[in-house]
Design a protein around this ligand. Structure first.
Ligand code: ADP
Length: 149
């Protein structure tokens, strides 16, 4: 089973979309194994978005992501990394398909509601960045026999 890092960004928290976003992942059948409400430090933001350092939007992105509480989560399941990206929709919400999270709730690329790891490597890196080992739980859900064959 894969694990991925998902974060409701400050705009999603302010707009009251936390429950809706969690609900979509729950209903899909994925398992929540880590969850916290937090405000990201500048240092953590710059590390998390390190690949974008030097780009014109970097400063604005760091300012935005540190501007208010976020909900950081780890979700587990079969092919959850790629599937979560599909559920989120394209980075630019105007290009995201209707029905996806960004395609339902977003307009501007700098206010796109949700973050999700884009590969197994970034998932491992981001999970370790935001969660301690003991903050992630392994547990059985009896419902899993009705989700996986
Ligand atoms: P994703 O979040 O879909 O993985 P990226 O890793 O390319 O996308 O970018 C990280 C975040 O930076 C995006 O979610 C978005 O909030 C912001 N971003 C990306 N490109 C731009 C841009 N051209 N202008 C403003 N913000 C951007």
């Amino acid at each position: 089973m894969e694990r991925t890092f998902i974060m409701v960004k400050p705009d999603g928290v302010q707009r009251g979309l936390v429950g809706e976003i969690i609900s979509r992942f729950e209903k899909r059948g994925f398992k929540l194994v880590g969850l916290k409400l937090m405000q990201i430090s500048r240092e953590l933001a710059e590390t998390h978005y390190g690949e974008h350092k030097g780009k014109p939007f970097f400063e604005g992105l760091v300012n935005f992501i540190t501007s208010g509480p976020v909900v950081a989560m780890v979700w587990e399941g079969k092919e959850v990394i790629a599937t979560a990206r599909e559920m989120m929709g394209a980075t630019n919400p105007l290009k995201a398909l209707p029905g996806t999270i960004r395609g339902t709730y977003g307009i501007d690329v700098g206010r796109n509601v949700i973050h999700g790891s884009d590969s197994p490597e970034s998932a491992a890196r981001e999970i370790a960045l935001f969660f301690k080992e003991e903050e992630l739980l392994s547990y059985e859900k009896t419902l899993d026999t009705w989700i996986y064959e």
